[in-house]
Design a protein around this ligand. Structure first.
Ligand SMILES: Cc1cc2nc3c(=O)[nH]c(=O)nc-3n(C[C@H](O)[C@H](O)[C@H](O)COP(=O)(O)OP(=O)(O)OC[C@H]3O[C@@H](n4cnc5c(N)ncnc54)[C@H](O)[C@@H]3O)c2cc1C
Length: 441
């Protein structure tokens, strides 16, 4: 694998209008496997492949200095964990033997098996794995970024971004009385359970702070249901009712007036708009794939998601391209849990192809899970597949609120992520499910 550097220096001095030393950098890299994006999917796959290949055979392109364990953001919002526990330096978790290029891919040229980065580097690959996740489009809600910038005083907060998550707890702790509104946008989102988890934690926090009777709490979702899997939705409707949380369906947030503390919502059925006063407004932003991927229309579906086969995540047109995680169009719930289950399947298919073989056995069934915190000390651990059928690991009824599942989310999942998943050793709970059900599932 090689890197060729071309530096072009131009010294232009026309009529002493000094334009000096413009340098254009082009570096050519070549690798066996290029991974675009070093989040949960990219890093865990890099770790798996690093074991099989030589130094620099694998390249990860990732712009960020920091790697976040995003599922912890909900816990930070509720004051259960602190922000410093949610991230590590990218340089410290890049798998050994993998070359990290700290940059963003800006153009895909799949017919030439090549990408171009924002610095102008060209990276040629034999195989490519796209793991670019989703971006947060707070700017699609008028007034939102302005309001978030003034938290906690503005009353507007969001667990979704590392930029804003630290202001969630102070905002909830500032609450004295009035409306507390929690939104779910009109777009695909990562962890579709997170917007209601923070709502339930806030409700419990208000009870602890003795302000619950002064709070009018609403969960306002663009979806026509509280959760996509019917059997868990039934439990969650009961949880919301027990907690006296109003649930409003098919409605999304379109504008915020921070100076008046008013939010405008649109009903998606009849398009009518209503304005509500708020004391607290928790925003879940509209989300999409990154613009660089959306622009690569030969790789994506109409919604801008990488177009892959849902049982092995191989690209539908380019056999040397695979995807993993939130940026693909496989119709599973976008979670780290799904990434873990996908990782072994993608690894087997891609490795076989790289070795000139064909993998026939391994199949991704759409497994995803969502630990739905329903308060401090309780959680419903939803686990399901493409058919929205329950696929539970533990031999108990996971539709019920449980202290054990809460501890699992809080104590067991973070180390499992940092130590097992990012080192390529966690492929989801399939093995343990079989063991705990004595091989009967
Ligand atoms: C608040 C919140 C709560 C959550 N709770 C849970 C939970 O309880 N359980 C659970 O399983 N999941 C949860 N998730 C979801 C989970 O974090 C994501 O599904 C998971 O991180 C997806 O992994 P990924 O690799 O697809 O994307 P990411 O981990 O987001 O990584 C994508 C990477 O691609 C990089 N990238 C983007 N554009 C480019 C480019 N042009 N060039 C190069 N690199 C690029 C980004 O910098 C990023 O590092 C939660 C997420 C949030 C935000």
């Amino acid at each position: 694998m090689f890197a060729v550097k071309h530096f072009v220096r131009v010294n232009l001095n026309s009529n002493n209008n000094s334009i000096s030393k413009i340098s254009i950098r082009t570096i050519n890299h070549q690798c066996r496997l290029l991974i675009v994006g070093g989040g949960s999917g990219g890093m865990s796959m890099g770790a798996k492949f690093a074991k099989d290949y030589k130094q620099d055979d694998i390249i990860i392109v990732e712009p960020s200095n920091l790697h976040y364990y995003q599922p912890m953001f909900t816990l930070i919002g509720g004051g259960i964990k602190t922000f410093d526990k949610s991230h590590r330096q990218t340089k410290n978790i890049i798998p050994k033997k993998v070359k990290w290029i700290q940059d963003s891919v800006t153009q895909f040229k799949p017919n030439d098996s090549m990408v171009i980065t924002s610095e102008g580097d060209k990276i040629s690959y034999d195989y490519m794995l796209v793991a670019m996740g989703l971006v947060l489009n707070y700017n699609q809600i008028k007034g939102c970024e302005e309001a978030l910038a003034c938290a906690p005083d503005s009353g507007v907060c969001s667990i979704y971004s590392p930029k804003y998550v630290s202001q969630v707890l102070p905002t909830l702790e500032n609450f004295k009385s009035g409306n507390a509104l929690f939104t779910f946008p009109h777009s695909p989102v990562k962890c579709p359970g997170a917007p209601q988890k923070i709502c339930y934690l806030a409700e419990h926090l208000f009870r602890k702070r003795n302000v619950r009777d002064k709070a009018n709490i609403s969960y306002i979702t663009a979806l026509p249901v509280i959760f996509g899997v019917k059997e868990y939705a039934k439990s969650l409707v009961k949880v919301a009712a027990k907690k006296k949380i109003n649930v409003k369906y098919s409605t999304h947030l379109v504008e915020i007036f921070p100076d008046k503390k008013e939010a405008v919502f649109q009903n998606l059925n009849d398009k009518s708009c209503t304005t509500e006063k708020y004391s607290v407004l928790h925003v879940t932003p509209p989300q999409s794939t990154p613009p660089e991927l959306k622009a690569a229309t030969h790789l994506t579906n109409e919604a801008g998601f990488l177009d892959v086969k849902k049982h092995n995540l191989q690209h539908v047109k380019y056999p040397n391209i695979f995807g993993i995680g939130d940026c693909t169009n496989s119709p599973n719930s976008k979670t780290v849990a799904a990434v873990a289950a996908q990782s072994q399947v993608v690894y087997k298919h891609l490795k076989a192809l790289m070795d000139g073989k064909v993998e026939k056995q391994s199949k991704y069934d759409g497994y995803a899970s969502c630990p739905l915190l329903t308060g401090y000390g309780t959680c419903i651990l939803a686990e399901f597949d493409y058919n929205l059928e329950r696929k539970e690991t533990f031999p108990i009824d996971q539709r019920k609120e449980s202290w054990l599942m809460y501890q699992l989310k809080k104590e067991a999942m973070p180390p499992l992520y940092w130590h097992l998943m990012l080192n390529g050793y966690w492929n989801g709970p399939e093995f343990y499910r079989k063991m705990l059900h004595l091989g009967m599932v």
